[in-house]
Write a protein that binds this ligand. Structure first.
Ligand SMILES: NC(=O)c1ccc[n+]([C@@H]2O[C@H](COP(=O)([O-])OP(=O)(O)OC[C@H]3O[C@@H](n4cnc5c(N)ncnc54)[C@H](OP(=O)(O)O)[C@@H]3O)[C@@H](O)[C@H]2O)c1
Length: 617
């Protein structure tokens, strides 16, 4: 996610609200934990591992268990090829989240690891394996566990995020850690929990829709970030569904486009906007009190507030920048949930992202992954009152608001109509609901039907910059491939080649050079070799290092990448050209590789996406 979307369509006519276009309910998934077979075999012989724990006793017992498997324990400060971190068991779920220390620790430990490192990260109360766990779930611990997986996806580390039972003896937990460490293979990105000695793994299963939610009751709906791109669509959707009073909050003054949107909404309902930072609990309470004096009780909250930093490596993102992204989704989500519970509202919908659910979707956006993972975990935490909290992990809304990274959007996109159908069906499902989306079905921003309530006022600028760092595939290329066999459209394929190159640069240099001339970067021959290796590793292709040496920019290099092994390099215009979007892509074999020589770069890169999706689930 990043930059504001394509230009808005013309303002919609202010006619009576029209029913939304019929759309099939999108696939919606939730996570269940299932018992799996215990791990057997493996050896950690000769692997140097650094052990970091909250206390010396834990460090000692975990080190002993790893040594028993053949691992060498790295002395403090010495280099290591692997890392085991055991976080302290959460003190109390009531304490305010403090993710700064975690963020700095994650940056430090990942910066010290070589590519292909192994990481085992241990938390407690981070996995809701059963209902009892759900009541004890610590959303902060769950968000940390997921964020480590997103960071590992970014840095190509093998990772196992473990959740252990703090009630088990230290030796038992140390043996579980050592077993997972020993079994961890390159390329694996997984979550595991142990309860009473049984090993559990998460599984995505279909989410049953929640109960129908009438919107037209006495009282008001609160929409945070309701003047943003998605917020406007959801405000219009609530009004269309019968909501009579809607209070919107956001930090900025309403600009003329926002005023026009509000005026159009007011033809159908009472709608007001107040300035308020959702991370400020007192300010949010004041805003709600003001709406309450006018309209009575709070019926429900849709929490859309959020923002994203430019695409960039975790290594280069200090907490001061990350905190801007986490504030509306961590403190802000806690505040809206507290408010809703205090006022007896029926539901809270947290507008979250798949970047908080699929590790590969959080690459280059690890802070955004943390923020969204927190929302999903907060919704999983069970409450014992009448307020249903649901977090929707959305894929890229085609043409609306923040844009997903090309490699993510190519596999995980949803149309406006599908999103609104999914939103209604799962408004009161409870817990985290993931909408994985499909390959971008249509890159054109949805037109504003003349009889619909306004969904069209200008999207306000999000604090983002991925458009500046990646040549996004033109949004106007329709892709007609069937959803069951997703493959990137040719234009998206050019974007994917760029994403591959950019990933390699981020991997090796720790930052995205954007469109900076490569000769200006002063790359020495060692770095050129590393970059060549990274592109080959990530893309499964063979690259002549002289290509990397001669390329003027990352985009130039992406356009010159070769086709499948042995094929001549694609001319720049071929890589970006229209191609044949209707031609069926080659089916991947069991290993995820193309079964036959791929005709275009999209097919060449497809295994990357498929691989990423499998990793994420
Ligand atoms: N667009 C997508 O495809 C997509 C996909 C997945 C998830 N999402 C999620 O959808 C939500 C909305 O995204 P969008 O694309 O509509 O972005 P957007 O156009 O930038 O809207 C975000 C809104 O949040 C408000 N906001 C940000 N920080 C706030 C704060 N601290 N307090 C109060 N309001 C705040 C902004 O207004 P002010 O700046 O005036 O405060 C703005 O109105 C985000 O949470 C995002 O993570 C979007």
């Amino acid at each position: 996610p990043a930059a504001p979307a394509a230009p808005p369509a013309a303002p919609a006519a202010a006619a009576a609200p029209a029913a939304p276009a019929a759309a099939a309910a999108p696939e919606a998934l939730c996570t269940r934990w299932r018992a799996t077979a215990p791990l057997t075999g493996g050896s950690a012989y000769g692997v140097t591992v650094r052990v970091v724990a909250a206390d010396r006793a834990t460090e000692g017992v975990v080190s002993a268990a790893l040594s028993a498997q053949g691992a060498d324990i790295a002395a403090p400060g010495a280099p290591a090829r692997a890392l085991v971190v055991v976080a302290a068991a959460p003190a109390s779920a009531a304490t305010e989240p403090d993710l700064r220390g975690f963020w700095e620790q994650l940056r430090e430990v990942t910066a010290a690891l070589p590519p292909q490192a192994k990481v085992v990260w241990v938390e407690h109360r981070s996995a809701p394996v059963d209902e009892a766990d759900r009541a004890l779930l610590d959303p902060e611990a769950a968000a940390r566990a997921f964020t480590v997986r997103a960071a590992a996806a970014e840095h190509r580390f093998a990772v196992a995020a473990l959740d252990l039972d703090a009630g088990d003896p230290a030796e038992t937990r140390a043996r579980q850690i050592a077993a997972e460490f020993t079994a961890l293979r390159p390329g694996v990105n997984t979550a595991v929990a142990y309860r009473r000695g049984i090993r559990y793994a998460p599984e995505q299963v279909p989410a049953a829709p929640g109960p129908a939610t009438p919107l037209d009751g006495d009282g008001y709906h609160l929409v945070t970030g309701g003047l943003g791109a998605i917020g406007r669509r959801l405000v219009a959707h609530l009004v269309r569904g019968g909501a009579r009073n809607v209070g919107i909050v956001g930090r900025s003054p309403a600009d003329p486009g926002a005023e026009e949107f509000l005026a159009q909404m007011r033809l159908h309902a009472e709608v007001d906007y107040l300035r308020c930072d959702v991370a400020d609990a007192a300010a949010l309470t004041d805003a709600a009190a003001s709406f309450g004096r006018r309209w009575g009780r709070l019926l429900g909250v849709v929490h859309c507030s959020g923002g994203v930093n430019p695409f960039g490596s975790l290594r280069r993102r200090p907490w001061s920048e990350a905190a801007r992204v986490t504030a509306p989704k961590v403190a802000g989500s806690r505040n809206v949930v507290r408010l809703a519970r205090a006022q007896g509202a029926g539901h809270v919908a947290l507008v979250s992202s798949i970047a908080g659910a699929l590790p590969h979707a959080g690459r280059g956006l690890v802070d955004y992954a943390l923020a969204n993972a927190y929302q999903l975990a907060l919704a999983e935490q069970s409450g014992d009152d009448g307020t249903t909290v649901t977090a929707h992990a959305w894929p890229n809304w085609v043409g609306i608001g923040m844009e997903a990274d090309d490699s993510v959007a190519a596999g995980h996109s949803i149309t406006l109509d599908q999103a609104l159908t999914g939103f209604t069906a799962h408004l009161r499902t409870g817990g985290g609901v993931v909408f994985p989306g499909t390959a971008a079905p249509d890159s054109v921003p949805p037109p504003a039907p003349t009889t619909a309530p306004p969904t069209t006022a200008p999207a306000r600028t999000a604090p983002t910059a991925s458009a500046a760092t990646a040549p996004a595939a033109p949004r106007s290329t329709p892709a007609t491939r069937p959803a069951a066999e997703p493959a990137p459209a040719p234009a998206a394929a050019a974007g994917l080649a760029y994403t591959l190159v950019r990933d390699a640069f981020v991997d090796v240099l720790g930052e995205d050079p954007g469109d900076c001339p490569l000769p200006d970067l002063g790359l020495d021959s060692l770095v050129i070799v590393d970059l060549t290796n990274a592109i080959e590793r990530l893309g499964g292709i063979t690259v002549d290092p002289s290509l990397v040496m001669r390329a003027r920019t990352m985009a130039d290099l992406a356009a010159r990448l070769p086709g499948p092994a042995g094929a001549p390099p694609a001319a720049p215009q071929e890589a970006a050209g229209p191609g044949t979007p209707d031609a069926p892509p080659p089916a991947p074999d069991a290993g995820g590789q193309p079964a036959a020589p791929a005709p275009d770069l999209g097919a060449l890169l497809r295994p990357l996406l498929v691989h990423g999706q499998q990793q994420g689930h």
